[in-house]
Design a protein around this ligand. Structure first.
Ligand SMILES: Nc1ncnc2c1ncn2[C@@H]1O[C@H](COP(=O)(O)OP(=O)(O)OP(=O)(O)O)[C@@H](O)[C@H]1O
Ligand SMILES: CC(C)(CO)[C@@H](O)C(=O)[O-]
Ligand code: BAL
Length: 283
């Protein structure tokens, strides 16, 4: 596995791979890798001759300076995990390399960004769209791999690909979970023992709302409230939002007949660590 630190080096290799007719798979990450990331890398390695994994804690997508400061950074451990998973090239740029002019582009994704992460993390999707666009240009992937855990991100990246005519296929990989249901996330490392013990409740709450939804015995708001009540029983969990949304448009669902596939999405704080999760249910 080669390690590339500059855009110029990555672009030069990209040209060589393309000229040799090799398919390039890109897996963008912020590092502190776990099994969820590694499954994306393995999937890319099955489908592409070249797998580029970027590890970059992107400052422009953080609205909370403490979240950025405390985000886990483990580049040596990441490199050791990536080679056996099938990564060809690890792209590990500095902030100066990615933002030589400190420009953050302004994007507009309309209603898609006026809900959930978009409203609760102002500027977040501008930062994501900026860095993802730059990574797409530098590595010119045939396929780009993203996780369903960040469902709104996937929806916005799909829109970005269409809006900017990126010639690539978006691959969305299902959420990889711990045995007790907790969605794997780099931020899980920051959970205290007490917070980790109650964290599986997030997924359990989504499953509860999903059961109510599929039975259609209750309204979307009642399904949502059942999940909120379940979470309220655990004082260590502070819910930021919990939405029953149309899985395609991400807009809130108020009546079941409006939509066939709903996404149950939540963000919650556990002892100072903010986690998100979602469950997509076809009615
Ligand atoms: N549990 C998971 N299952 C599948 N894909 C995942 C999982 N966790 C992260 N990913 C995906 O990996 C890519 C990189 O994500 P990222 O580096 O932000 O990791 P993360 O674990 O989501 O960290 P955090 O949520 O703490 O930022 C994203 O496309 C993300 O959706
Ligand atoms: C896509 C991404 C790598 C952009 O910084 C990040 O948002 C993430 O890790 O999901
Ligand atoms: N996994 C999404 C990136 C972020 O939380 O900033």
């Amino acid at each position: 596995m080669e390690i590339l630190n500059t855009a110029t080096a990555l672009q030069a290799r990209t040209e060589e791979w393309r000229r040799a007719g090799q398919r390039i798979g890109l897996v963008p990450t912020m590092g502190a890798l776990h099994e969820g990331h590694l499954q994306l890398v393995r999937a890319a390695a099955q489908e592409c001759e070249v797998v580029v994994v970027s590890v970059f804690v992107n400052p422009t997508q953080f609205n909370n300076p403490d979240d950025f400061r405390l985000y886990p950074r483990l580049p040596e451990a990441d490199a050791e995990l990536l080679a056996p998973a099938g990564c060809t090239a690890l792209f590990l740029p500095s902030v100066e390399e990615m933002y030589p002019q400190s420009t953050v582009l302004q994007f507009s994704f309309g209603k898609l960004e006026q809900v959930m992460e978009g409203t609760h993390r102002p500027g977040h999707f501008n930062g994501v769209a900026t860095v993802v666009s730059k990574l797409f240009h530098m590595s010119r992937p045939h396929r780009a791999y993203f996780g369903q855990k960040d469902l709104q991100q996937v929806t916005i990246v799909r829109q970005l690909i269409a809006d900017l005519s990126f010639d690539l296929e978006l691959v969305v990989f299902p959420t990889v979970r711990e045995a007790d249901g907790l969605a794997m996330s780099s931020r899980n490392r920051r959970l205290s023992a007490e917070a980790r013990a109650v964290a599986p409740r997030l997924y359990a709450a989504l499953q509860l709302a999903a059961q109510r939804s599929t039975a259609r015995a209750v309204s979307p708001e009642e399904a949502r409230q059942a999940a909120l009540d379940y979470l309220a029983a655990e004082p260590a969990i502070e819910v930021e939002y919990l939405e029953v949304a149309d899985a395609r448009t991400l807009q809130p669902v108020t009546e079941w007949q409006e939509t066939k596939t709903v996404a149950l999405c939540l963000a919650a704080h556990l002892g100072g660590v903010r986690l998100i999760d979602n469950l997509v249910v076809t009615l």
